[in-house]
Ligand binder design. Structure first.
Ligand SMILES: Cc1cc2nc3c(=O)[nH]c(=O)nc-3n(C[C@H](O)[C@H](O)[C@H](O)COP(=O)(O)OP(=O)(O)OC[C@H]3O[C@@H](n4cnc5c(N)ncnc54)[C@H](O)[C@@H]3O)c2cc1C
Length: 382
């Protein structure tokens, strides 16, 4: 009995975070840094799912308006990661470029830049055919222009999650892996999470469980419109260096980058089926073949290059493809950071900071109103 009481006391924290992806680990870091006792409960191991297996794109380019303040704040943090957490996470600011392959594409990009300008954003810059060639000399002749974002780039996903986790631990956060939350309840003064490693209590709870977040919200009777989906990537053999920026296309799904070791990682809207209970996303080889075709259209000299490996990850999607970041509509002292809809790696640092400010200051310094859960009920009512 005495042992049991000690154990319960040991498992009492200020904040319980469910999920050890980039969002759980970054939130833990910013909370612990400001003195809170934080625990991460991770069903598998930190970085096992989307955060550790993604394409590493650090992209402000092409974001929905509601995400704009957060993505720009996150971009600043990516540039300062070494000072912040003692690891640059392999981030290289080699830019991201979205190319136009037709006149219609050029018009789409013009409209996009105009829209951003009307809202006071000027980080996405329209460039002409000649500039595209200077930035990406190997690109196909049919490309006629692009949007260019110089401060974007890419990083190493698993290293980034691990760096945030280690930085959080250095600030006193506790991490429990192989610790699956099966139920959450709110008592008079504390949240309780039931797991296979016992119960954990805290005044605040953060749900950062990626594609599984909706299931956790359901245990307190709250509906989160987060649907699981699979995403695939493939990687080529090592090649001589031929490209620096990350390349995307305007009207076809593509994200394409060459890492320091010479391999080229190819992805971009490569969806596949998912078994959420098994934690498995099934590779779809016909879609991968389509994507390879887009790559060789844009870089014809890659026609005879081998694909060495393909893999998949599981992501949580919302109906408008923007995340849910903010307070629960049903319960007090409950924060959601989920539904990042295939582009949440870049948002990790600023989202973690926003979660810490919601808990400690009652509001995020960066405006995140457009990411509130309530937008879905307001839209439904309208
Ligand atoms: C193939 C692929 C490519 C992508 N490319 C990019 C990109 O280039 N750029 C970009 O910005 N974004 C990209 N993304 C999206 C990005 O990876 C995700 O948006 C982001 O990693 C989500 O982070 P997260 O912490 O919310 O979720 P996750 O990393 O999924 O972490 C959630 C964690 O919660 C844990 N968990 C779930 N249920 C429970 C439970 N009951 N108890 C305890 N723990 C639980 C899981 O085990 C998991 O580790 C990509 C995603 C994929 C899959």
């Amino acid at each position: 009995m005495h042992e049991r009481i000690r154990k319960v006391e040991k498992n009492v924290f200020d904040v319980v975070i469910i999920g050890g992806g980039i969002h759980g680990c970054a939130s833990a870091f910013f909370l612990a840094r400001r003195g809170l006792r934080v625990v991460i409960l991770e069903a598998d191991y930190c970085g096992r799912h989307a955060s550790g297996v993604n394409a590493g794109g650090v992209r402000t380019l092409g974001r929905p308006l509601a995400e704009m303040p957060l993505t720009l704040a996150s971009c600043d943090l990516w540039h300062e990661l070494n000072d912040l957490i003692g690891d640059d996470c392999g981030f290289v600011a080699q830019g991201q470029i979205k190319v136009a392959e037709t006149e219609d594409d050029v018009q789409t990009l013009r409209d996009r830049v105009d829209l951003l300008a009307a809202h006071g954003f000027n980080h996405e810059v329209l460039v002409d055919r000649q500039t595209v060639r200077e930035l990406v000399p190997a690109i196909s002749e049919h490309v006629t222009g692009a949007i260019w974002v110089e401060r974007d780039g890419f990083a190493l996903p698993y290293r980034a999650v691990t760096a945030f986790r280690r930085a959080a631990e250095a600030e006193g956060a506790v991490v429990h892996e192989n610790c699956r939350v099966s139920n959450v309840t709110q008592g008079a003064s504390k949240w309780q999470a039931t797991t296979n490693q016992g119960a954990f209590e805290a005044e605040y709870m953060v749900v950062a469980a990626g594609a599984w977040s909706g299931g956790i919200a359901q245990t307190i009777g709250e509906f989160l419109p987060v649907t699981p989906g699979g995403l695939m990537l493939m990687v080529t053999q090592r090649l001589p260096h031929f490209i620096k920026p990350v390349v995307g296309a305007t009207s076809r799904g593509l994200s394409f980058k060459q890492y320091d070791n010479g391999t080229v990682v190819i992805g971009g809207e490569l969806n596949c089926g998912v078994d959420i209970n098994a934690g498995h996303a099934e590779l779809d080889f016909s879609r991968l073949a389509n994507s390879a075709k887009i790559v060789t259209d844009l870089f014809p000299f890659l026609k005879h290059v081998s694909i060495n490996r393909a893999w998949s990850g599981i992501e949580g999607y919302t109906p408008d493809h923007a995340p849910i970041l903010g307070a629960s509509a049903e319960a007090s002292k409950l924060i959601y950071a989920c539904g990042f809809s295939s582009s949440g790696f870049q948002l990790g640092p600023a989202s973690g900071q926003a979660v810490s400010e919601l808990i400690l200051d009652g509001a995020s310094k960066v405006p995140i109103d457009g990411l509130a859960l309530s937008r879905f009920s307001l839209a439904a009512a309208a």
